[in-house]
Design a binder for this molecule. Structure first.
Ligand code: MN
Length: 238
């Protein structure tokens, strides 16, 4: 089951790069049924194995829970798959360097080629517009649907005071975009500290580089290393 190995690898890659901490998650749309998605049960991303993966319908009901605990913010995934037929993978993270952009109104801009997709627009989800006094978690279908509306056709959306959601038409792209969104946020803050005159990618450059940004060189290497770690963990009974 290659797609399940892809997902195990994605968890471990995102943990390795500090994009998801103990609480982030990544899902894939089921390759055999577009009305289903697969995501890990509630546990730390860097220890995820195939047995921890659970299947859900798009209303985010588990199909075969077998006593396994679901992540509370799974509605992010189900509602985005409903709204975006093109999306095959979703990452929700607490990517630390994007948080300052989510709370200041300073827009993320395409500062380098590895994250040129930012030039397609990265909106910011304000949960308060939907519901006041929340703990910021997207833990209902209503909040998930509102987040999906804010995301619109974009490759990613920030979530004010919380993190981000990143999507892709395959898992390599969703993971790659997540890694480079974090790095791009760091680079933009560094550039802004140096100068108020920054040369960002222009529209033509954004258009020219989005297509090639499939992270095809990184993904097989990331995946192989991550699955080696998963295998070693199983050997040591973790
Ligand atoms: Mn969260």
């Amino acid at each position: 089951m290659e797609h399940l190995d892809d997902l195990v690898a994605a968890y471990r890659i995102l943990a390795q790069y500090g994009v998801i901490d103990a609480y982030g998650h990544v899902s894939i749309r089921s390759p055999s049924n577009p009305q289903r998605y697969v995501i890990a049960r509630s546990l730390a991303p860097e220890v995820v194995q195939v047995d921890d993966l659970m299947e859900y319908d798009l209303d985010s009901n588990p199909l075969d829970a077998r006593g396994r605990e679901s992540v509370r913010e799974r509605f992010i995934h189900g509602e985005i798959y409903k709204a975006r037929p093109d999306v095959m993978a979703v990452v929700h993270n607490h990517s630390p360097s994007v948080i300052p952009f989510s709370v200041t109104g300073v827009p993320m801009r395409p500062i380098y080629h590895m994250a040129s997709f930012i030039g397609d627009g990265v909106p910011n989800f304000e949960i308060r517009d939907v519901e006041k006094g929340t703990d910021l978690l997207v833990k209902t279908p209503k909040l998930g649907a509102a987040l999906a509306r804010t995301l619109g056709k974009s490759p990613a959306s920030l979530m004010r005071g919380h993190g981000a959601v990143v999507v892709g038409e395959n898992i390599a792209r969703a993971v790659g975009r997540s890694v480079y969104l974090e790095q791009s946020a760091q680079l933009q803050m560094q550039a802004m500290a140096l100068s108020d005159r920054i040369t960002y990618l222009d529209d033509g450059e954004v258009k020219a580089s989005v297509g090639v940004q499939d992270y095809k060189r990184a993904w097989p290497m990331w995946r192989e290393k991550a699955l080696e770690r998963a295998k070693a963990d199983r050997k040591h009974g973790q």
